[in-house]
Design a protein around this ligand. Structure first.
Ligand SMILES: Cc1cc2nc3c(=O)[nH]c(=O)nc-3n(C[C@H](O)[C@H](O)[C@H](O)COP(=O)(O)OP(=O)(O)OC[C@H]3O[C@@H](n4cnc5c(N)ncnc54)[C@H](O)[C@@H]3O)c2cc1C
Length: 223
């Protein structure tokens, strides 16, 4: 599978770290050294591309993957569990493994089940573990002058940071993090509404992703 991943990426070779002023803090070939030491490079690619590669390699087992299913309820029985889905279908098995992400409904149902068994105290620490302190606006952009494939950049400022990775054919993966006003527990982590994003990023549009590339590219930085 990894050969197929390698075909889709430009392995990382080089990283640079920038200050809020656009001044270079340091530059290094740490990603290249990591590759040499560990035998594998650090790669960035679209999630869909990776899922496509994994799925293709399932070959004759592809029919085990059922798409567009939404688990709504898990019921426990002495000998088995049943997962019920939004479309009315249900599946029986020996156990259920919740891999449904950070806002996992299956995990919530497992917690509910434990509470019903009188185990509230035992699961209390688990329920408090996950918190969110920073938000993130992220995106994928086409080739951008000044961003070279195989290079990554980080910018650090008061209360914010950027991460930018340029991969195959100049495809740019970028992330903009800011510190939120308070810490949020997992059940209350807020989400951006699409209409809030422009306002959120406005104050940072001229901040440097590198010494001469900004979050909002000037006309000369656009292709
Ligand atoms: C923009 C971005 C970039 C990232 N980059 C990296 C990176 O470079 N390297 C890295 O290691 N990590 C990265 N991460 C983090 C990584 O994506 C997550 O840690 C990882 O995807 C978590 O995997 P997961 O299987 O727990 O959940 P997810 O990948 O979120 O998958 C959960 C799945 O469950 C499904 N689901 C949800 N609810 C239900 C339900 N009720 N019934 C059925 N299915 C359901 C969802 O549709 C989804 O398909 C990134 C995350 C983001 C957002």
């Amino acid at each position: 599978m990894f050969d197929d991943v390698l075909d889709a990426v430009e392995p990382l070779q080089h990283s640079s770290f920038w200050a809020d002023s656009g001044k270079l803090i340091m530059s290094s070939n740490a990603p290249k050294i990591l590759h040499e030491r560990h035998g594998y490079p650090i790669n960035f690619l679209d999630c869909q591309t990776l899922l496509g590669i994994l799925y293709a390699h399932l070959r004759e087992c592809q029919d085990k993957v059922l798409v567009n299913k939404r688990v709504t309820q898990v019921t426990h029985h002495p000998t088995h569990i049943v997962a019920e889905c939004e479309d009315g279908s249900s599946y029986q098995g020996d156990l259920i493994v919740g891999a449904d992400g950070v806002r996992s409904g299956v995990r919530q149902q497992m917690w509910n089940y434990m509470v019903s068994l009188g185990l509230s105290k035992e699961i209390a620490p688990d329920m408090r573990t996950m918190i969110s302190e920073y938000d993130c606006v992220f995106g994928i952009s086409p080739e951008t002058p000044g961003l070279i494939p195989g290079r990554t950049h980080r910018t650090f400022g008061q209360g914010y940071s950027f991460l930018t990775i340029s991969s195959k054919n100049g495809r740019v993966y970028w992330f903009f993090f800011t510190k939120m006003a308070r810490k949020y527990a997992s059940h209350e982590i807020p989400r951006f509404r699409p209409e809030d994003v422009d306002e959120h990023v406005a104050a940072w549009l001229q901040k440097p992703l590198t010494g001469d590339v900004h979050l909002e590219p000037s006309t000369k930085e656009l292709l």
